[in-house]
Design a protein around this ligand. Structure first.
Ligand code: AKG
Ligand code: FE2
Length: 304
């Protein structure tokens, strides 16, 4: 498997838990990035509302991410700002990655729950790992809705994830939220680097202050980025793996049907919900990235 980190002990910790927490940017950079958020906010086109997604029965959007802003120019600007500040730090820690999506994540008082989810898949996760660098710009605590994760849940569930692909953990979200998460309290300027396939969540900000954070999604430089799309109306039994340019994420509304994009392969799919018992069993088994390895190992054994 291609490595994520330059440092071996970070890599080992990440392999086991699916995330690491480390110092990232200086307090000066934190303050500048915070100011830049407010300076550019007037250019925001506002968030897509659940009615505007065009999906019947789409739940109310409780979270505030740059990614679902209606103005692509604003998204480009935020991407430029965040990557300028983060790139040298990213290069210091990660082993040759490139950023593809940048978000400011804003939680005003009494708002901002981010439902239990895994981030989408952005590359083939049997040969590499994509990560999110999550960096709060204010101290992030249980009270103001810090990031919470299920340790060791990376590469265990929902391998081909995309906005239109049903998620196998949908039926047990409440159980996971109440029993399996741990909050990662994080100082402003420190970061959590998480495997995009880790199961995570964050609660409402119960403090009067603003909880502001940044997320930068990064993929290995030599890998194309992909997007998994399920056209439920057309064929609910087939996920399309689309090869997309990084620019795709700037113009793209997650609920819109992607058009005119190369289909790399079609993956058979059957929607299925798993029980909490199966969730726990699979947490304790090797991930889908390992299955391929162990098969290879088995072949090697036969021939050695
Ligand atoms: O900022 C949060 O509370 C959630 C962040 C998140 O979902 C992510 O970085 O992938
Ligand atoms: Fe996330």
């Amino acid at each position: 498997m291609r490595s994520v980190f330059k440092d071996r002990s970070l890599q080992e910790q990440f392999n086991k838990d699916g995330y690491v927490k480390i110092p990232f940017i200086s307090s000066k950079e934190v303050e500048e990035l915070k100011s830049l958020f407010f300076d550019t906010l007037p250019e925001s086109g506002g968030q897509i509302t659940s009615e505007e997604t065009g999906i019947d029965g789409s739940p109310i959007i409780t979270y505030d991410f740059t990614f679902i802003d209606k103005n692509p120019e604003y998204k480009r600007k935020v991407f430029k700002i965040i990557t300028e500040y983060f790139e040298s730090h990213m290069n210091r820690i990660l082993d040759n990655y490139r950023p593809i999506i940048a978000n400011y994540i804003r939680k005003k008082s009494d708002t901002g729950e981010v439902p239990l989810h895994e981030n989408w898949a952005f590359a083939d996760e049997t040969s590499c790992t994509t990560v999110s660098i999550w960096c709060p710009l204010v101290d992030s605590t249980s009270e103001n809705g810090t990031l919470q994760v299920v340790p060791g849940s990376h590469k265990r569930f929902g391998q081909h994830r995309g906005p239109m692909v049903p998620w196998e953990l949908d039926g047990i979200k409440e159980e996971i939220i109440t029993k399996h998460l741990i909050p990662l309290e994080t100082k402003a300027g420190d970061c959590v680097i998480l495997d995009d396939s880790i199961v995570h969540y964050s609660a409402v900000n119960k403090t009067p202050g603003l909880r502001l954070a940044i997320q930068l999604i990064c993929v290995p430089s030599e890998f194309p980025s992909i997007h998994y799309h399920l056209d439920i109306g057309n064929n609910p039994y087939e996920i399309q793996e689309l090869e997309v340019k990084d620019e795709f994420y700037m113009e793209f509304n997650p609920w819109k049907k992607p058009e005119g994009i190369k289909v790399l392969r079609k993956i058979p799919f059957k929607s299925r919900l798993i029980s909490e018992t199966e969730f726990i069993e699979r947490l304790n088994k090797p991930g889908y990235d390992r299955e391929k390895l162990s098969l290879l190992d088995r072949i090697k054994k036969v021939w050695s």
